[in-house]
Write a protein that binds this ligand. Structure first.
Ligand code: SF4
Ligand code: SF4
Length: 133
């Protein structure tokens, strides 16, 4: 059920991007290095993150539904850092076809129209400014 909701959210975002394109275009392809699966940053409002029950719920949620394990947190910055248990020793995804979370399908992506895109140093993807009218 959760996956269905995530996919509805995914298609809603795709539709929104189609109607109002981001000012950057993504190109390239994944080199399958696995680097982006080792430190996954998940943001939360710092005020919420300071509350231990909410923090624990977010940790449990990501462990249960996304198979992520917490490896660090920066509470005042509103960020938790997770690693993925699906990542294999050879750098490939152990859940590529069926189980990988929806956010993996979209990575790397922009989160807002005003964001400067960033990718990891040796990532096979890159962003370039889109020519707007
Ligand atoms: S599910 Fe696969 S692609 Fe997604 S973070 Fe884990 S190893 Fe990487
Ligand atoms: S860092 Fe880039 S090239 Fe490496 S696995 Fe992630 S998306 Fe693919």
């Amino acid at each position: 059920m959760l996956r269905i909701i995530s996919w509805i959210d995914y298609w809603y975002r795709a539709l929104a991007r189609w109607v109002l394109p981001y000012p950057y275009r993504r190109s390239g392809r994944c080199r399958k290095c696995g680097e982006c699966c080792k430190q996954i940053l998940i943001g939360m409002e710092p005020r919420m993150l300071r509350l231990r029950p909410l923090r624990n719920l977010a940790i449990w949620w990501n462990a249960y539904f996304n198979n992520l394990r917490l490896i660090g947190s920066f509470i005042e910055d509103g960020v938790m850092v997770f690693a993925c248990n699906y990542l294999r020793a050879d750098g490939l995804c152990g859940a590529y076809n069926l189980l990988r979370p929806v956010f993996c399908h979209e990575y790397p992506r922009l989160f807002s129209h005003f964001e400067e895109p960033v990718v990891l140093p040796d990532c096979g993807f890159k962003f370039s400014p889109r020519k707007l009218i």
